[in-house]
Write a protein that binds this ligand. Sequence first.
Ligand code: MG
Length: 380
Amino acid sequence: MIDPAAAGRRRGVAVLGSTGSIGVSALRVLDRHRDEFDLVALVAGSNRDALDEQVARWSPRFAGLACGRGDATIASGPESLIDAATHPDVDIVVNAVVGAAGLDATLAALHAGKRVALANKESLVMAGDLVAAAAQGGGGELIPIDSEHSAVLQCLVTQGTPPTRLILTASGGPFRTWPDHRLDAATVAEALNHPTWSMGEKVTVDSATLANKALEVIEAHFLFRLGYDAIDVVVHPQSLVHALVEFPDGSVLAQMGFPSMEGPILYALTHPVRLPDSGMRRFDPVAAGSLTFESMRRDSFPAFDLGVAAGRAGGTAPAAFNAANEAAVTAFLQARIPFGRISAVIDQVLSRHRATAADSVAAVRAADSEARRFAVEAIA
Ligand code: MG
């Protein structure tokens, strides 16, 4: 891969999922670094009005609407994600698509030798080995935007020694202190009221069920090539320490900062170097106050153990877990099932899923579709 900075030009960026929470944050970061980065392509999901505003502001060479109607200037359909991800002027693809829909763009970008700044953790959960093979075959590289994984990478980057253990932090979500008997009837508004992070709806509900943390354990397994026994999770309600990394001598490094996705986004664009950014809120230990850590309530939030078990089972099981979770979260957001049924739907789907090797996109997609069918039956 040519280094475009060395060649004297700005690095071209595509933002997929540009009108979502991460996409909007990415544009804020890019706006502060227009001398370093050139926004080449924007693809939104279905929010045409917000996309039109972004196009008017940025005049990208390519714009698309993945789930909506285009016109002479706006491409449409899922292939617009691929066209943006493989655009010849693009060096870095920010993949902030929500859910399984992001997989093809991740694979295409890596095959085309791009850096993928990955917020779409589902890509790795569904097809971690295929994603790694695409990077190796095409010369692309994968840099996480997820805050915990960005933290791990930042702790590892200056170390010559592989880690012995990762400890991902979890805020615990809005229901961290709720008694078990109240959880089943938690409302959508309550689930979306996250205490520390402002995020999109799907990941916010995943944070409330702790399914998000299971997705992140699987993501860490594939990104950092560590076994599941070497990846722990601790609840840290302040969300100031994003991850801790243990080395063979027992020493532990942590990465800290006030919760904002702009830090991980900027780092994914610039890794392994750092750019000055006066727009980033400076850390203040006194304002941060106390840091506390506690165990996860695994029995109260069973989606976590279900997800990690699917990760350990391997093959297509994580793809089935992801699909079941997406279907259940959608049903919860549409008030078709109560909060407490989300993990029950996942459980029912996984108990019917027969995992096979996840050695082709077709196998992964088949597992994904079957799990969604099982989920529909479990929801009905
Ligand atoms: Mg995260």
